[in-house]
Every structure is written in C-alpha cells, then in structure tokens.
Design a protein around this ligand. Structure first.
Ligand code: HEC
Ligand code: HEC
Length: 249
C-alpha cells in the first residue's frame, strides 16, 4: 500500500520549514494584524501587502520556489485557489503553516487573494530533466494522455486539459509543478489527508493508481514545458469523465 513509498515524502517537507517558520510567524502576525486592524492608517491594506505573507514560500508572483513542496499558485483558476484556501481553513487539506495562516481569514478576503494569484503570469520554471528510464516516462505520458480503460483510470488531460493548463473555474493546471509535490498530493488523496468537495473525483482516481503509476505520471508531468499561452481552458469546454464536486457541470 502507499505507505511503502510515502513516509519519507510526507516528513521531508518539514525539514525546509524550519527556516521559513520564523518568517511564517511574522507573516501570521502580519495577516492577523491586517484583518484586525484594516483601518489602521499607517499600514495600507492593499492586496500587495496582504500577500506579503505568502511570497516567502510561493514566490513574489506566486511562481513557486525551488523547494519541491512549495507549489506554484500563479495562473491557476481563481475558484481552484479559493477552494484550496477553504480546504486548508476547514481541515480538508493539512499543512500546519497553511492551516494556521488562513484560520482567521474571511471567505471574502481569501477570494481576493485567490483572484490576485490567478491573474499573475510570471514565467514558468524550465521543465525538470528526466531522472528515470524511458519506459517509466512513456508509461507516465500514456496515463496522462490516454488513461487506462481496463483499470477505469481516465486520462488526466480529460479534465486538466490537453495543454495541462487546467479548466475554469476550478481545475488546476499540472505544468510547472515539481515531481515530489505532485506525488505527495496524489499520496495525500490516497491516504485521505487531502480531500476536495464531494464527489471527490481525485480521490477516486488516486486510489486506482499504483505506486509505479504515481511515480511515472509525476515525473512525466514535471518534465513538460508550459505551452506558449498557458491559460486554463474555458469553463465546460471539457466534459469531465467523472463527477467532481469542485467543478460542477
Ligand atoms: C511556510 C511556507 C508557506 C507560506 C508562508 C504560505 N504557503 Fe501556501 N502552501 C505552502 C505549501 C508547502 C503548500 C502545499 C501543502 C500541501 O502539501 O498540501 C501550500 C499550498 C497552498 C495552496 C494550494 C496550492 C495548490 O495548487 O493546490 C494555496 C492556494 C496557497 N498555499 C496559498 C497561500 C497563501 C494565499 C498564502 C499567504 C496567505 C500562503 N499560501 C502562505 C507553503 C506556504
Ligand atoms: C474527472 C476529472 C479529473 C481527472 C480525470 C483528473 N483530475 Fe486531477 N484534479 C481534478 C480536480 C477537480 C482537481 C481539483 C481538486 C480540488 O479542488 O482540490 C484536481 C487536482 C489535481 C491535482 C492537484 C494540483 C495542485 O496544484 O495541488 C493533481 C496533482 C492532479 N489533479 C493530478 C491528476 C492526474 C495525475 C490525473 C491523471 C492520472 C488527474 N489529475 C486526472 C480533476 C481531475
């Protein structure tokens, strides 16, 4: 079962956290301060000041960082980002610094932050160099583009888009993410520590994948360059093969 692969991955994110933790506490204080004292004349409450607390880990424009577990936010659909902030606030996703940061923020405030990052268009990092053999890469590409009908695994592109840039309003792109982040998220869906609005299609899909599948799709996705115009596909332009509560059709 997945625990064979994931314990090391689950605990590794805690190591790089030791350094940002100090920054995070300051950041948390800043957020609380912004909320509690929005009218304070000496601290202008602009969206740029609100996201100061986020950029230490997610990059100045939400482009992500070299840390394998700090994801890109820029350009993901606003409702997707908003759903995630709600998921952290309400415990459907668990990462203590994120859970802590959003605990006291209102829906409206989170929506503004989500919209801000969805409009950011910083360049994508160069695609990762493949670190696995060509058969693993080919298997990853095959699952992403065609799925595996015999095992009822739909193609990832059926929902995430042929260009892997996601679909409005709430399906994220899968380009520009690190391999370890992708496999950690799929692992979290399998173990139940990440949940989405029911019906949780990603939970269904994640539990149909083997460890080898997860590794193969994560590596292949991380080696893909972003397309020239990396915007999410329009809402309802793809008919999702499974029902997803976060993307009603
Ligand atoms: C200490 C570092 C840190 C700080 C500060 C931080 N984040 Fe995060 N954030 C993370 C990590 C790590 C994850 C992935 C957690 C996981 O594994 O689920 C994440 C996940 C997210 C996600 C989900 C991304 C996705 O693609 O699913 C959103 C949205 C997000 N953060 C927004 C914010 C916002 C907004 C702020 C500022 C209020 C913020 N973060 C501050 C580290 C941080
Ligand atoms: C039936 C539609 C559907 C299919 C097929 C699908 N996904 Fe998803 N995926 C979603 C939705 C919806 C979300 C957002 C869930 C949420 O709100 O947390 C998502 C989110 C994700 C995320 C989280 C991204 C992030 O930034 O944290 C990853 C990783 C992912 N999917 C990978 C895959 C892979 C790999 C496949 C193919 C094996 C796949 N998905 C197939 C609908 C789908």
């Amino acid at each position: 079962m997945e625990l064979r692969v994931f314990p090391r991955r689950i605990f590794r994110p805690l190591i790089p956290l030791v350094a940002p933790l100090g920054a995070m506490l300051v950041v948390g204080a800043t957020c609380a301060f912004n909320v509690a004292q929005a009218a304070q004349p000496t601290a202008p409450d602009t969206i740029e000041s609100r996201v100061q607390g986020c950029i230490a880990c997610h990059g100045t424009h939400g482009q992500g960082s070299d840390n394998d577990y700090f994801p890109r936010l820029a350009g993901k659909p606003a409702e997707y980002l908003f759903n995630q902030l709600m998921n952290f606030r309400e415990g459907r996703r668990k990462y203590p610094p994120m859970n802590y940061l959003v605990t006291y923020l209102s829906d409206e405030y989170l929506h503004e932050i989500a919209t801000y990052f969805s409009h950011q268009r910083p360049p994508y990092p160069p695609p990762a160099k493949p670190t696995v053999g060509s058969s693993t890469l080919a298997h990853g590409q095959d699952l992403v583009q065609h799925g595996d009908a015999a095992r009822e695994i739909p193609a990832c592109v059926a929902c995430h888009g042929a260009k892997l840039t996601g679909m409005e309003p709430a399906i994220p792109g899968l380009v520009g993410l690190h391999r370890d982040y992708i496999s950690a998220q799929i692992g979290a869906w399998r173990s139940g520590s990440r949940r989405a609005i029911a019906p949780d299609c990603m939970h269904e899909i994640a539990t149909r994948l083997t460890d080898e599948d997860v590794n193969a799709v994560a590596v292949w996705l991380s080696t893909q360059p972003a397309p020239p115009n990396p915007v999410p596909a329009p809402a309802r332009s793809l008919k999702t093969p499974l029902a997803c509560g976060s993307e009603p059709q």
